[in-house]
Design a protein around this ligand. Structure first.
Ligand SMILES: [Zn+2]
Length: 399
């Protein structure tokens, strides 16, 4: 992850939305006749950023919880007072698909200005068959309406909804027997994710849900070892999960298992910061332990209200002690692996989709260094310029 293949004075040839040539600019110019040229002299080009963990489709915001936490309230107390994931579930259940779609479209307009060209998006704020289908259909619809591409994940096991508080096993049965087969039959998701945590789903329940998901062709992902050590990383390895996410409290054994299983660790530093979860140096531990690390935003209304992957990269350095090269790899090719789409994106190689960014920096090490700024000059999606600097500046709307 410390090695970027950098071409100084490089050029990229694009045809029909795909990369057909990469090399020194002079050689590319000789080899290909271009109808149109984009001059990026003095700047940096990288692959488009891939966000491997978002809860993009939701209604309502939860800014009041910030003050409650500052006053010392715990996650549990906030949930008990009517906040937390369930409060977003209530909003999403009330919302019409068109409302969810229009909210998500505005967010995607902004995400792409920060350089995100592909993102994973989870359901999990519906928690009934119909509401989960509603969210996943909105995701499918968004894919047809926006340049930013979404990869759908079914996360019916986000939390046990309040109507099942005293009959948790019934909810798990509903998930396994009704929701999973129906979601799979309608081909609405590629992955199945479970929040494996105290108060959400324990190891046994998580194993059961993800194994059932596998039977229906849904690839497992886990929210693992976030607030407490539950052994979620070990379970991710056991199941051959595509990714294990959060991991703030994972054990040394968990690191070894993830490495051996080739499971990508998706780290979400904004959430750690926002929730005050002690996890300094987490990226360093995992990378030194031989695990492939990706970084994501965890964009959601409760614990990470940002989709800015440039901020995520800076925090990857500052909180998780990753080097600039590593955070760039973590938000491009490794993030693509965590979304199962590395075969056609995440790097600048012939045959891949031409998702490219031109940055207003002189060297890539300035990307995580200029903390909190939007450094994108141009976004190229499938070979077409879809945003320039001026539009980036004008594209800030109310969320
Ligand atoms: Zn999440």
């Amino acid at each position: 992850m410390r090695q970027l293949d950098i071409i100084h004075g490089g050029g990229v040839a694009i045809k029909k939305g795909k990369i057909v040539g990469v090399g020194e600019s002079n050689k590319i110019k000789q080899k290909f006749k271009a109808k149109k040229r984009i001059d990026a002299r003095g700047m940096v080009m990288t692959p488009g950023l891939v966000d491997p963990h978002t809860h993009l489709v939701f209604a309502g915001t939860r800014e009041q919880e910030l003050a409650l936490r500052l006053g010392g309230a715990s996650y549990k107390e906030i949930s008990a007072a009517g906040g937390g994931i369930m409060s977003t579930v209530r909003e999403v259940r009330k919302a019409k698909p068109e409302q969810l779609k229009s909210l998500a479209l505005r967010r995607m307009d902004q995400m792409i200005t920060y350089g995100t060209t592909t993102a994973e998006a989870k359901s999990g704020y519906g928690l009934t068959l119909l509401d989960e289908i509603k969210i996943l259909k909105v995701i499918r619809d968004l894919n047809r309406s926006h340049q930013l591409e979404l990869i759908p994940t079914f996360m019916g096991a986000h939390v046990v909804p309040e109507e099942y508080t005293h009959k948790r096993e019934d909810f798990i049965n509903e998930l396994v027997k009704t929701m999973l087969p129906e979601i799979a039959k309608r081909r609405l998701a590629r992955f199945c994710d479970v929040f494996c945590e105290e108060g959400a789903f324990d190891i046994g329940q998580t194993r059961k849900i993800l194994n059932e998901g596998k039977r229906y062709g849904l690839i497992p992902k886990l929210h693992a070892d976030e607030f407490t050590h539950t052994g979620g990383a070990e379970l991710a390895a056991e199941l051959g999960a595509c990714s294990a996410d959060h991991l703030c409290k994972l054990s040394e054994e968990g690191i070894r298992r993830l490495k051996d299983a080739n499971t990508v660790a998706v780290l979400l530093p904004v959430t750690s910061l926002f929730m005050g979860i002690e996890s300094q140096g987490l990226g360093r531990r995992l990378i030194d332990g031989g695990v492939a690390v990706a970084l994501g935003s965890d964009f959601n209304p409760g614990t990470s209200p940002t989709f800015n992957l440039q901020l995520v990269m800076s925090l990857g350095c500052l909180l998780y002690k990753m080097y600039p090269e590593e955070v760039i790899v973590a938000c491009t090719i490794n993030a693509a692996h965590a979304c199962g789409c590395a075969q056609d994106r995440g790097s600048i190689e012939p045959g891949k989709i031409a998702d490219l960014l031109i940055w207003r920096v002189h060297t890539y090490t300035q990307i995580p260094y200029f903390l909190g700024q939007n450094l994108i000059l141009k976004v190229i999606k499938k070979g077409r310029i879809c945003l320039t600097g001026l539009q980036v500046a004008n594209n800030i709307r109310m969320t």
